[in-house]
Design a protein around this ligand. Structure first.
Ligand SMILES: [Zn+2]
Ligand SMILES: [Zn+2]
Length: 475
């Protein structure tokens, strides 16, 4: 009666929403800096520049030009090489189309106003977006390709643009663009979303909690697709001893499997776990890649968990299907794990419930049976054990867990004791106590590390036969 499960409690950390970091990250590399900035010619006319001018393929930005939508402003942004997409975005004039088409209309208008403009030498690279919009279709192709197999209804985008590009775009747009022009990043996301909407039915774009998160690096055009996990809350009862709560890696091969004889290549010390008895039917139903199991505390492998069951949240990773009937799922789990584990109260949950489950400390009820060193009069046993009701135990870290927890003394209260049963030298009782009480140690005293104890009040050795968790008094 010593095993308490693997040390690796929740090694399967959930992925944080880190795209905010992504969005504000900067490469700060020299490559992002326009090389042309090194070639500024020192002409007298340039003297008023304070060093942050831009020269793009020979056409320099005239900071004196009026902003769009003034015709001179539009003519100017065309001269410096603004692409159709950006022209529409910063032009500030209504036309019948949007995006590149709208920009082409503005360009045609400008050409008809000023025929010289058409003949002017215009740089190829847009100083605002560096022709980023040309990559939209390519990016959307990759998004469509990598999300094909998945069911989803919401999508979120995170775009990373080099910091220098954002800064230079911002200075040109605020100086020459029409007031209220949309910044590059959101226009770029819009273009991508518009094209996706035309190719994928029924997807909506959100700012948080998407089914699918897509991050795009505008510098390398790398597209990352992250299918967000789904969470299910429930309670489980463990009806059979010998089943660990979570997967327990093989001691011999440390979970590597292969040709390990100890685990016959499974990588598992125990072929069954509460995690997989519940998680596998769910994983196969939702065509997911894996599951993580987050229990409200855990019981030892040799301890059953009865009563109304222990609350848990199952995290389903990379699901291809996101919708299912929880009633049917519950029946499937209970029939496949019949006699071992059963679940109840399944409902959809969220990532934040994982921390609630992990942090909740609630009182628990137990039933424990032990063998006394000698037969004692029933009255005496009942009186002695009852004397522990309401007492505060001092529990030094038990020997069985001291290899992974620092030695210290815990104080835990025994709230109540009931149903004391004396059958020869075997004694059984139920108790309710504070979260974190070492219940087996309360009985056998762990060589005096727990005091008071049943062993102490009975004055005889006590060998624990079994322990059941009754109710977990939470939720
Ligand atoms: Zn552009
Ligand atoms: Zn092994």
């Amino acid at each position: 009666m010593t095993n308490e499960g693997p040390d690796s409690e929740s090694p399967d950390g959930t992925v944080d929403d880190d795209w905010h970091l992504f969005a504000s990250a900067s490469y700060g590399s020299a490559e992002a800096e326009p090389a042309e900035i090194m070639e500024i010619e020192e002409t007298p006319e340039d003297e008023w520049f304070d060093g942050d001018d831009h020269i793009h393929s020979g056409a320099s930005i005239d900071w004196e030009a009026p902003p769009c939508p003034a015709p001179l402003g539009i003519a100017h942004v065309i001269k410096i090489g603004t692409c159709d997409n950006c022209l529409h975005r910063i032009g500030g004039r209504r036309v019948d189309s949007t995006g590149a088409e709208g920009g082409a209309m503005l360009r045609a208008e400008a050409h008809s106003r000023d025929s010289e403009l058409e003949k002017a030498e215009i740089p190829d690279l847009c100083p605002l977006c560096e022709n980023l919009f040309e990559d939209v279709t390519n990016i959307v192709d990759r998004v469509v390709e990598s999300t094909n197999d998945y069911e989803y209804s919401t999508m979120q985008f995170g775009i990373h643009l080099p910091k220098d590009m954002i800064q230079s775009e911002d200075s040109i747009r605020t100086k020459h663009g029409a007031q209220g022009s949309k910044p590059l990043k959101s226009s770029f996301v819009n273009s991508i979303q518009e094209e996706i909407s035309g190719r994928i039915q029924g997807v909506s774009f959100v700012k948080e909690s998407p089914d699918i998160m897509i991050t795009i690096d505008a510098l390398t055009l790398r597209v990352d697709v992250d299918v967000r996990p789904i969470f299910i809350y429930g309670r489980y009862r463990k009806l059979e001893r010998g089943i660990p709560q979570t997967r327990w890696p093989c001691r011999a091969c440390r979970g590597r499997g292969g040709d390990c004889e100890n685990c016959k290549g499974t990588g598992l010390q125990y072929t069954e776990s509460v995690q997989d008895l519940i998680g596998e039917p769910v994983r196969s139903t939702m065509d997911a890649s894996d599951t993580s199991f987050h229990g409200m505390g855990r019981e030892d492998i040799d301890v059953r968990c009865l009563g109304s069951g222990r609350p848990f949240v199952l995290e389903i990773k990379g699901p291809r299907t996101r919708k299912t009937d929880l009633e049917e799922l519950s029946e499937k789990i209970n029939s496949e794990a019949s006699g071992k584990v059963e679940v109840n109260s399944l409902r959809w949950s969220q990532k934040r419930e994982v921390s609630r489950i992990k942090e909740t400390r609630s009182e628990k009820s137990y039933t424990i049976r032990f063998k006394a060193g000698e037969e004692l009069p029933e009255e005496e046993v009942i009186e002695a054990i009852n004397s522990l009701s309401g007492r505060v135990l001092e529990q030094e870290t038990p020997k069985r867990v001291s290899h992974r927890r620092a030695a210290k003394i815990r104080k835990r209260k025994v709230t109540s004791i009931s149903d004391i049963l004396v059958e020869g030298d075997e004694i059984q009782f139920s108790l309710r106590c504070e979260a974190g009480t070492y219940v087996k140690e309360l009985v056998h005293s762990d060589e005096g590390r727990t005091t008071p104890s049943v062993k102490e009040v009975l004055g005889t050795e006590c060998e624990v036969l079994w322990l059941d968790v009754g109710d977990i008094h939470s939720d």
